[in-house]
Design a protein around this ligand. Sequence first.
Ligand code: TYC
Length: 109
Amino acid sequence: MSGDDNRNGDDGTQNGVVIKTRPKTKRPAMFKVLMLNDDYTPMEFVVHVLERFFSKNREEATRIMMHVHQRGVGVCGVYTYEVAETKVTQVMDLARQNQHPLQCTIEKE
Ligand code: TYC
């Protein structure tokens, strides 16, 4: 309902003044997916995860992986809650299947 206008006052009376009503849409809350460093997960596995689940190319995936390796934590991407939650589950499932301790969390933007 964007761009609606009417000629009514708040009380419904008509006064001939055109009032632009605000669209009632809200941007969704966004959530960062954070990757945590550990001493055991192979660098190549982390790069693979970033390519597969976060649609990064090899260069960007390598940059993020090295950032996490050196700084302890890094942002993989920013998504709506359900998408972020799904990505965390996918990462943790693949890490567990491969017996890597890789950890991933969500943080509200
Ligand atoms: N620190 C790991 C190593 O030296 C690599 C690594 C990078 C692990 C990023 C997790 O999120 C991570 N093999």
